[in-house]
Design a protein around this ligand. Structure first.
Ligand SMILES: Nc1ncnc2c1ncn2[C@@H]1O[C@H](COP(=O)(O)OP(=O)(O)OP(=O)(O)O)[C@@H](O)[C@H]1O
Length: 253
């Protein structure tokens, strides 16, 4: 069995005549917290969109826990244990905090929808278990006391936590986070950092796209820096950020 959560090789993506990713190769070990950084427009979100099956690649291979999966779309990848959050918060309006998290647990359901609707004892027991798990997940992200509030009434930082909780509800083997601290103040981003760092050694590998280099240095085992669609460096964060090619990509010198 491969020791890696995710192996990407020769990945390419074009939008019309615009080449957005070129020969991208990355290896994310199991249990790693792996950062993806790079200037605006470098191709980071496109990379996450391809890994999570929202976009097809034009070339290259993706292997997830030893299984080739570049031909799979989002639903099949979710079943294999890929969960993600988005750069812009995407909560479902009108649902409570607990209901949002419960919605992330569909992959865990064993009783089919038709039987679930018929509310058999097995379906009811399963729903009860899922509700308990949703509360445990909310506990883990510090939102249990807000379980019955409408999600859209939460402060911004808590909504970001809730998105992570919803992704964790599916017990992912690979969690993709797209700028989880975007727009946050220092106290909020430090809290998200602790939350993500706490996932190390829980059986979930994390790929986190982040502009916040301090956060990357604090929580990531490795970081890949993308510039103009190519991986220009991949190393431990402190070493990576000292490299001349990375400094040039960020600061032009
Ligand atoms: N659907 C699309 N059609 C055409 N061009 C696109 C599309 N999606 C992204 N792009 C372009 O691809 C390039 C990479 O975009 P992407 O969003 O992946 O970058 P990013 O590194 O995530 O940037 P940021 O840090 O600003 O979020 C950009 O030039 C963007 O305009």
């Amino acid at each position: 069995m491969s020791g890696d959560a995710l192996v990407i090789d020769g990945l390419a993506k074009r939008f019309g005549g615009l080449s957005v990713l070129e020969s991208v190769a990355l290896t994310v070990p199991r249990d790693a917290i792996f950062g993806v950084a790079g200037p605006n427009g470098a191709g980071k979100t496109t990379l996450l969109n391809i890994i999570s099956g929202l976009l097809p690649a034009d070339d290259g291979t993706i292997t997830l826990f030893g299984e080739p999966c570049h031909h799979l779309r989002a639903t099949a990848l979710a079943r294999l244990g890929v969960a993600r959050t988005f750069q812009n918060i995407r909560l479902l309006r009108g649902l409570t905090v607990a209901e949002q998290v419960l919605a992330g647990g569909y992959r865990l359901r064993r009783v089919g929808a038709a039987r679930g609707l018929a509310a058999t004892p097995r379906a009811r027991a399963e729903l009860r278990d899922l509700r308990e798990r949703a509360l445990e997940v909310l506990d883990a992200v510090g939102l249990r006391d807000r379980a019955d509030r409408l999600a859209e009434t939460l402060p911004y930082g808590d909504q970001r936590r809730l998105e992570i909780a919803r992704a964790l509800m599916s017990e992912p083997r690979l969690l993709l986070l797209d700028e989880p601290t975007a727009g946050m103040n220092a106290a909020d981003w430090a809290g998200i950092g602790e939350l993500v760092a706490g996932l190390r050694h829980t059986g979930t590998a994390v790929v986190v796209v982040e502009h916040n280099m301090r956060l990357i240095q604090e929580i990531c085992d490795q970081v890949a820096v993308l510039a103009s669609g190519e991986v220009i460096a991949c190393d431990e964060p402190a070493r990576c950020l000292r490299r001349p090619e990375v400094r040039k990509a960020y600061f032009g010198k």
